[in-house]
Every structure is written in structure tokens, then in C-alpha cells.
Design a protein around this ligand. Sequence first.
Ligand code: ADP
Ligand code: MG
Length: 394
Amino acid sequence: MKRTVKDLVNLEGKVVLVRCDFNVPIDDGGKILDNSRIIKSLPTINYLVEQKAKVVLLSHLDRPNGFEIRKSLWPIALILKQKIPAPVYFINKVVGNEVKEQIKHMENGSILLLENVRFYKEEVDCDMNFAKEIASLGDVFVNDAFGVAHRQHATTYALARLMPNAIGFLMEKEISALSKVVKNPERPFVVVIGGAKVSSKIKFILKLMDVADTLIIGGAMAYTFLVASGIAVGQSLVDDDSVDFARDLLNIAYIKGKNILLPIDHVCIKESAKRKKAFVTNQLSDDMVAYDIGPKTIKLFTDELMNAKQILWNGPLGKYEDAKFMEGTKEIAKAIAKSKAYSIVGGGDSVSAIKKIGLEEDINLISTGGGATLKYIEKGSLPCVDVIQEKIRL
Ligand code: ADP
Ligand code: MG
């Protein structure tokens, strides 16, 4: 078990550097489109404020090229100000004398947000000197940035090697839910995998194949598997390089007695038609492109989900960004929300789909990590978590 903020004692007046994941979508006018990552970081921040620490927050936003005003963290500071009943300050730097001075003058129980750490290329390079400069600003390091815990950067990884450390509440919640899925799931454990690219999820699927009872495969992903089982898919998206893998996986599933469900009907369009109207078919001919699962498939998948005790969902079941092809994703989301199973949803697009549908409250855990969630499930660990000290048992 890793040390958590709760294990840190005598925090009054101590400078605690907290790595958060405030990587939220922001429009060109600086308006935050979805602040859930900020809200989920509040328990750790509020706890440290209550302990009267001086709370210094670090985060990245997007992938800036040097200093980009549109990727500044100041809009985040405004949200923190609204949400936290403690003084919140912002400084447009991460290192240097001005930062040191400002920290020196912070009152206990106040918060200082530093600028986007990725404005410095040393962050992604995991530059030790940069990390040492940041480490010199504080007494303890707390990592609560689950979304980037698979990336060894200066403020996600190097800081933990340089300072006493712990994980925050959000990180703790995410890894305990995901580790249960990998090590000790409730059964039947049903996994729903969708999305577009098979190749980026190969190891993830292989791992789940070991631990899950049923794999439901939908989205564009399914067409690679259908091709591998000799079924015609027309012009639907197929990841050609992954057909062999898909075939192997279907064979392994057969040998291991695992259940794999693939779509049996589709919502598609005819490429050659003048008016591209969407219609349902159970046989895809050469000029058809499938963009969603059909009603029979929805029934097949939802029946399976209703018996599950644990559900993990990653990847939309169709091209959900287009209302014509959203039905499959919507119905599966509804079934997961309704089921009595412990449900986890992870993945950038899957999470935005569930929010669009308005069912986020009915899911047990909405994982804040895209890549990190997949990596954790694949490996059962993440480098930025591994580097944190273990709890000391007396
Ligand atoms: P996540 O971010 O949840 O891991 P992915 O990034 O793997 O999900 O996949 C999401 C993308 O897959 C979406 O842009 C969606 O439009 C696309 N997609 C899903 N099904 C289809 C399909 N049948 N045809 C084309 N694109 C699809
Ligand atoms: Mg995605």
C-alpha cells in the first residue's frame, strides 16, 4: 500500500507540492468547457488546507509549444477561487526567485497555483536539475495526477525521487478501484471495448481476456474482429495490421472458454447512394460502411450486461459524435448505468460520451485517465505510483 496524504503528519506551515491533473478542455476565449478534473482534485487540496499547510499546486495543460498564453493555468485559478474557501494565488512561473519569494509569504492554509509545467521543456524531458529546483520550493510532494501517472516527467516522477512523498485521494481512489478489477473482480466480470484502433489497445485487450468472463466488442474495433472471423464488413473501418492479432485472440478465447460477443447487425450508410441515409442491416455488402451497432446487437449486449456483477467500459460503440450513430453508445451506457454491477468507465471518448448522455452520476467510477487507465489495467502498476513510498507499518 502506498503512502497517502492521510499518512503525512505535522503539516502545519509545511510547503506541500501537489501535482494535479488540471488538463481540462478550454476554448479560445479561456472558458473551461468541463471542470470535472478540477472538482475531483478538491478533496486532496481541501484536506491540506485544513491541515494548515502551504499548498503549492503544479499541473500541465495540453501540449504547449513553449509559453502559450492560451494554455496558461490562470483560468484554473479562478475556478479554484470559486470552489475553495481559502486564499488562492497564481503566479505565471514554475521556478525562480519570484516563486520562492511568493511561497515565503504564503499564509498557512493558503494555495498557490504555479504556471503550466509544460511551458518548460524540461518537464517532459524529466530533467533532474529542473526537478531539483522545484523540489527546493517545498517540504513534501503529493501526486494526485492519475491522468499522467504513466508518463515519467519532472513533476510526475522525478519530484517523487527527490522528496518525501505520498499519493493524493484521487490517485488512491482510481488505483484501488482499478487494482480490484485486475486482481479480484466481482464475477461475472463483463468488459465492453469499443473505439477505433485495435493496435493501441492490444495489450489491454490481452490482459482483460485473462481476467474477464465476457468481452463485448463494438465500435470500429469490432470490424477488425469480424474480418478476422471471415465475415464481410464492406467499407467499415478495419485496422489491417491487427487482423492477425484479432484472429489469435478469438482462438485464445475459444481455448480458454471465454465469451466474446461481436455485433450481429449494424447501422450503416451506402457509400454509393446520393443521399447518405443511415439504415440497419445484418449483412454488410461491399459499398456499405457501418458506423454503429444495430438493435439486435444492442439487445445481445445489454442482456449480457444485466447479469454482470462488475463492468468495465472503454471506447464508444459507434461514431457517437454524429447523432445518427449515437444510439448504440447511448443504449449501452444506459444499460451499464441501470445494472447493479460495480461499473468503471475509462477512456477520453467514452467519458465524454457518458457525459453527453448525462449518466455520469450512475457510474461507480469515471476514471480520469485515458492512457493511464489502460496502462494500469495492462500492467497492474504505473511508474509514477511505483516511485511513491510504501506505507510504514508499525
Ligand atoms: P476512448 O478515447 O474512449 O479510449 P477511442 O479513442 O479508442 O475511445 O475511440 C473513439 C473513436 O472511435 C470516436 O472518435 C468514434 O467516432 C470512433 N468510432 C467508434 N465506432 C466507430 C465506427 N463504427 N466507425 C468509425 N469510427 C468509430
Ligand atoms: Mg480517444
